[in-house]
Design a protein around this ligand. Structure first.
Ligand code: NDP
Ligand code: BG6
Length: 486
């Protein structure tokens, strides 16, 4: 286990939801592994006037449920010893004094500025950090998604950050890239020869990427109502997963080799015409229903949400990639809130055998299928067709199942742990480059524009269902169906 170099991490938005649920717990876990030297510091900053002791009490109470069994008082004390708190208004240059004084104690250190606040502050924060002389060549900035709400606004924010940080210092986070099974998909594709010849239009019938959540708004209604599923999830997480599935083998694992290949995929996505938006996209909004057996309210009744909101809480699209490898292979993407389960998976459906020598009925139309599951379990299952025991030549699918929890006993890193460590070490491979982000915005913009211009509302779906019926119709028009082997 390699310990991290000494660092100062400034966590702007240190009292926020993301910091409490993901970032502080990730840092705690890293303290627990012994990777964080006692000299390293976590400098949380937020608007609320509070003492360091009050912040730590709040953090302990809020983070503890997310730490579960990993929590113990001794590690918490070791973690707390590295934490400080700075009440400040990030918009006001005069409020950076105490932070500057603390950082000035170790001018030589790696500094990571984590922008866990609303993106409208990112430009001002960068300018204020620059003016206070706090950005050195050893500084990095981590920015959260979604960056902006369209191509123009993301360019404006990127330009403003770029005035103070070089591109190699900017870590645009997409935590799906830090998930273990996504790393494993890279290993599967580029660490084995078996799949490469099959990973193309000749053998792949369709690809399905699902990220379904059981949760509703969880107090984020105000943010979500201005954002929607397409900007919150599809523009970033789902498109990044699509890139990992579809990219050509990179020449190496250095950041630009990988990111160049992802960029090519994003640039090869077939643009949507207005007519395509009607036939190849589905947006939905949940109505009252049930989650985990309990009744739940409709989206428009959630706190922070407009009573006549047209924001989508579900989106499904049929994407196509215009390359020799993928021409004609549909990539179906869907994501939504208030679905029956928390499920994140990539399904690669291979083509059926060219000629069923045992007869259609024996085969039952079954084909090979690879399922990479990120949630709720982390696994990879390859479905093969085998003979059922018995007299008849009847075939059925069996699977080779790699369950990471069973195969590897080591504690698996949470996505944010891996990515925070990478940011501290300056490793950019799992972070999104500006041109990738812009290509993703460019591709989703016609969908956003068309939805905006249309008088139609999102289609209704009952909370606890798999989205509007039109989502199934999106596939059935091609004679296909969403994977239902959960
Ligand atoms: P929250 O609204 O929960 O937290 C916002 C934070 O910003 C709070 O700490 C708040 O401080 C602070 N803040 C607000 N205004 C100021 C100000 N003027 N000066 C200093 N601090 C200020 O947001 P989230 O944690 O949910 O989100 C943070 C970022 O992460 C956003 O960009 C979001 O899009 C992104 N994100 C969030 C995810 C999540 O699951 N929450 C997931 C993925 C991305 P105070 O509490 O004192 O008001
Ligand atoms: C975030 C979205 O980026 O990802 C949230 O803003 C969503 O709305 C979350 O709940 C899902 O992440 P995970 O890792 O829980 O699937």
């Amino acid at each position: 286990m390699k310990s991290l170099p000494d660092f100062d991490m400034v966590l702007f938005g240190g009292t926020g939801d993301l910091a409490m649920r993901k970032l502080l717990p990730a840092l705690y876990q890293q303290v627990k592994t012994g990777r964080v030297n006692p000299a390293s510091r976590i400098l949380a900053a937020a608007r609320r006037e509070m003492s360091k002791a009050e912040f730590l009490a709040l953090a302990e109470a809020t983070c503890r449920p997310f730490l579960g069994e990993a929590y113990d008082a001794e590690t918490w004390n070791a973690f707390a010893a590295r934490v400080d708190y700075f009440p400040m208004d990030v918009r006001k240059p005069e409020s950076y004094g105490p932070l500057a004084a603390a950082l000035g104690v170790h001018p030589e250190r790696i500094r990571v500025f984590y922008y866990s606040t609303a993106p409208e502050f990112f430009a001002t924060m960068s300018a204020n950090l620059g003016a206070a002389g706090l950005i050195s060549t050893r500084s990095r900035v981590v920015v959260e998604k979604p960056l902006g709400h369209d191509l123009d606004s993301s360019r404006t924010i990127n330009d403003a950050i770029g005035e103070h940080f070089a591109e190699r210092q900017i870590f645009r986070i997409d935590h799906y890239l830090g998930k273990e099974p996504v790393q494993n998909l890279l290993a599967l594709r580029f660490g084995n020869v078996l799949f490469e010849p099959l990973w193309r239009r000749e053998w792949v019938q369709d690809v399905q990427i699902t990220v379904a959540e059981q949760l509703g708004m969880e107090g984020r209604g105000d943010f979500y109502d201005r954002t929607g599923a397409l900007r919150d999830m599809l523009q970033n997480h789902l498109l990044q997963l699509l890139c990992i599935v579809a990219m050509e083998p990179p020449t190496g694992s250095d950041p630009d080799a990988v990111r160049d290949e992802k960029l090519k995929v994003l640039r090869s996505l077939k643009p949507f015409t207005a007519a395509d938006v009607a036939t190849k996209t589905v947006r939905g909004q949940y109505q009252a229903g049930a989650a985990a057996g309990m009744p739940v309210a409709a989206y428009v009744e959630e706190s922070g949400v407009d009573a006549d909101s047209r924001t989508e809480t579900f989106v499904a699209v049929k994407a196509e990639i215009d390359t020799w490898r993928w021409a004609g292979v549909p990539f179906f993407l869907r994501t939504g809130k208030r679905m029956p389960d928390k499920l994140a998976e990539i399904v690669i459906n291979f083509r059926p055998v060219p000629h069923p020598i045992f007869g259609e009925s024996a085969h039952g139309g079954r084909a090979n299928r690879l399922i990479i599951r990120m949630q709720p379990d982390e696994s990879m299952r390859l479905y093969l067709v085998a003979k059922q025991p018995g007299e008849a030549m009847a075939l059925q699918p069996v699977n080779l199942n790699l369950d990471f929890a069973e195969s590897f006993r080591d504690r698996r890193l949470e996505a944010y742990e891996r990515l925070l460590m990478d940011a501290i070490r300056g490793k950019l491979t799992l972070f999104v480059r500006r041109d990738e982000q812009e290509a993703a915005w460019r591709w989703v913009e016609p969908i956003l524009d068309q939805w905006e211009a249309s008088e139609d509302r999102p289609r209704n779906y009952t909370a606890g269902s798999w989205g509007p019926a039109a989502s199934s119709a999106l596939l059935s028009r091609d004679g296909l169906a969403w994977n239902e082997e959960y």
